[in-house]
Design a protein around this ligand. Structure first.
Ligand SMILES: Nc1ncnc2c1ncn2[C@@H]1O[C@H](COP(=O)(O)OP(=O)(O)OP(=O)(O)O)[C@@H](O)[C@H]1O
Ligand SMILES: [Mg+2]
Length: 348
């Protein structure tokens, strides 16, 4: 299982041998949005006050926020999926809501609906929990397809349409959906077409023994996981920081050869015998965006193949549909991606 490693600190950047430098000045020079980067990078230290380890997941969530992507968090119960997102929300000066997806949740419970205002005697739109900056959609596979697709539509279009008109969702808008890999009876797996709308699938694994000891020590010391402020977590980034950072990420350059590398990776997934459905052009574009954000977070003004590789697993693993026979033989999406990353020629 591969996770995002934390990006290297910006002051350890060096020019890559043979990599295209910026048009003027050394690759180590200041890049757009340094103050905003500092604010966003500080989030990792704040989250670490509550969550032990899982740095790769935190970096992945930040990357998604920077490119307006949504995240699927996959992990067994009790590995701090909810805690991660709640703590992240506390470090950002953003509005946040959590929705527990249940079998009886209706689309209108998520997006909002027209209700009768008894005083005015008319129908008024009551906004659903999707009208927020950071939506934690907990256990999304426990709700029926109709409600799942209402959320996914809102994610894609960033708006909600009701009979009386269309309403824009706030900006930033990030959905973090959690999913338990063990599919119990009564769960509704997300269709492949809907999975493709998530920028990342991040896997939240078990902590190491040392990390787990630290989790217990924090509990023993009386840490209340429901009170991030009580653990000293502060809000360190504002909406303005996030929006400015998104702008700076868009300005991060990608050479034609690196763009071609992304395309070659996507095409290789479609030619792999174990794969019945490979990465779509949308998936390839999302990989490119993610690599730009990863480069920006690391203080690089341009994207190298290393950034593409760093985000390839979380950006692509949920977009691969494996053949049943291959799965029986033990093939996994991560394994297929490992092989593709090892065989597709890397531009120099
Ligand atoms: N890495 C960790 N750092 C700190 N606390 C942790 C960690 N892993 C687990 N915990 C503890 O486990 C508790 C359960 O975490 P949480 O509710 O976030 O799990 P979850 O992955 O969302 O589980 P579920 O799938 O059941 O919703 C947390 O409140 C926390 O006390
Ligand atoms: Mg949870």
């Amino acid at each position: 299982m591969t996770d995002l490693p934390p990006p290297p600190p910006a002051d350890r950047q060096q020019a890559h041998v043979g990599a295209p430098g910026p048009a003027a000045g050394p690759a180590t020079g200041p890049t757009a949005g340094d103050d905003h980067r500092a604010a966003l990078v500080a989030i990792r230290d704040e989250v670490a006050k509550v969550v032990v380890g899982q740095e790769g997941v935190v970096s992945g969530l930040l990357t998604a926020l920077l490119v307006r992507g949504h995240v699927l968090l996959e992990g067994v119960p009790g590995v701090a999926k909810t805690l991660l997102v709640k703590t992240l929300a506390a470090t950002l000066d953003l509005d946040t809501t959590r929705v527990q997806f249940t079998p009886d949740l209706m689309p209108g419970d998520v997006t909002g609906q027209l209700v009768l205002d008894p005083r005015a005697g008319e129908l008024v739109f009551r906004q659903g929990p999707v009208f927020t900056n950071l939506l934690l959609a907990d256990e999304i596979n426990r709700t029926p397809p109709r409600t799942q697709s209402a959320l996914l539509e809102a994610m894609e279009e960033r708006q909600v349409t009701s009979p009386d008109g269309t309403r824009r969702l706030p900006d930033p808008f990030l959905v973090v959906a959690t999913r338990n890999p063990v599919e119990y009876e009564g769960t509704y797996p997300l269709p492949e077409a809907q999975l493709d709308r998530f920028l990342f699938e991040l896997t939240v694994g078990y902590p190491t023994a040392e990390q787990e000891v630290e989790v217990l020590a924090r509990h023993d010391a009386g840490m209340d996981p429901h009170d991030p402020a009580g653990s000293g977590v502060r809000s360190v980034a504002s909406v303005a920081d996030v929006l400015a950072a998104q702008q700076a990420v868009r300005a991060t350059r990608v050479e034609a050869a690196v763009q071609r590398y992304v395309v070659d990776l996507a095409r290789a997934t479609r030619q792999t015998p174990a794969v019945s459905l490979g990465v779509s052009p949308r998936g390839a574009a999302m990989l490119l965006h993610a690599a730009k954000a990863w480069a920006w977070l690391a203080g690089r003004p341009y994207v190298t193949p290393d950034e593409v590789k760093a985000v390839a697993h979380p950006a692509l693993r949920h977009r691969l549909q494996l053949r049943a026979e291959a799965e029986l033989d033990g093939a996994t999406a991560d394994g297929v991606l490992d092989a593709i990353l090892a065989s597709v020629p890397v531009p120099r």
